[in-house]
Ligand binder design. Structure first.
Ligand code: SF4
Length: 228
C-alpha cells in the first residue's frame, strides 16, 4: 500500500497546489459550522448574506432571528446559530486571537471544542487546522471512502488518524493542504460513483485493480500514475 506521504505527493502532482480555506480564523470557524450536512454552495450563499458582518462583533450584534435568517440557506439554522454563538464565546476566551489559542496543546483545544454543543470531531479538527493552525488530521466521509477504495482496511477513525499523523510531518499547513487535495480528488474522480479513467492514484487503488481485472475499465484509458 502507498504511504501517506506517497499519497500526498501523487495527489499534489495530480491536482496542483491546493488552496487554503480562509486566512481569517473566525470565518473558518463559522463556515466549518455552516457546512455541516450541506453543500459548500449554501455556505457561500450564507457567507455572502452575512457579508462584512462576518466577525465576532458583527454576528454578536445580531439578534437570533437575524442570524438564523442569514444562515437559513445552510439549514438547521437554529442549531447552527447557537453553535456559532458558542464558538464565538469560546474564541473570546482567547481574545479572538488564533495565535494566542495556538499556544495551548492541541489535545486540550480539541477537547474544549468538542465540549461545545454542535461541534463534532470533523468540525473541531477543521477549526484546529485551518483557524488555529494546529496539526489534527481532518477525517471526513471523503477520506473514509477514498481509503476504503484504495484498500487500506482501517477499522475506525483512530486507525485512519494514526496512518496520517504517523506518516507525514506534524504540520498544520500540510494537514490542511492534504485535506483539501482529498476533497478535490473525491469531487473530481473518486465520487460516489468513481470516475477512474484519469485518476492520479489509480495504480495504487484496489478498487481500480479489481475493475481492471474484470474488464470494467479500459486499461488504455488509465492515466500512468506510478511516479509523481
Ligand atoms: S482509481 Fe477510482 S476508485 Fe480508485 S481512488 Fe481513483 S477514482 Fe477512486
Amino acid at each position: 500500500m502507498i504511504s501517506a506521504e506517497g499519497l500526498y505527493e501523487l495527489l499534489l502532482h495530480g491536482y496542483g497546489q491546493p488552496r487554503w480555506w480562509s486566512e481569517d480564523p473566525f470565518t473558518v470557524m463559522v463556515q466549518a459550522i455552516l457546512v455541516q450536512n450541506t453543500a459548500w454552495r449554501n455556505v457561500e450563499k450564507a457567507s455572502a448574506l452575512i457579508g462584512d458582518m462576518m466577525s465576532p462583533d458583527g454576528l454578536g450584534r445580531m439578534n437570533e432571528e437575524e442570524m438564523e435568517s442569514l444562515i437559513r440557506p445552510c439549514g438547521f439554522q437554529k442549531a447552527k446559530a447557537r453553535t456559532i454563538r458558542s464558538v464565538a464565546e469560546w474564541f473570546r476566551t482567547y481574545s479572538y486571537d488564533a495565535a494566542k489559542a495556538s499556544d495551548n496543546p492541541t489535545a486540550s483545544l480539541r477537547s474544549e471544542l468538542l465540549d461545545i454543543k454542535g461541534i463534532g470531531e470533523e468540525t473541531a479538527d477543521a477549526i484546529l487546522v485551518y483557524a488555529i493552525r494546529k496539526p489534527s488530521f481532518i477525517i471526513d466521509a471523503y477520506t473514509r471512502r477514498l481509503l476504503g477504495r484504495l484498500g487500506y482496511g482501517f477499522q475506525d477513525d483512530r486507525e485512519i488518524r494514526q496512518f496520517f499523523e504517523a506518516g507525514i510531518p506534524q504540520d498544520a499547513r500540510l494537514y490542511g493542504y492534504f485535506h483539501w487535495l482529498i476533497l478535490d480528488h473525491c469531487i473530481t474522480c473518486c465520487r460516489k460513483t468513481a470516475i477512474c479513467d484519469h485518476c492520479p492514484i489509480a495504480a495504487h487503488c484496489r478498487q481500480a485493480s479489481t475493475a481492471l481485472a474484470i474488464g470494467s475499465i479500459d486499461p488504455g484509458s488509465m492515466k500512468s500514475t506510478t511516479e509523481p
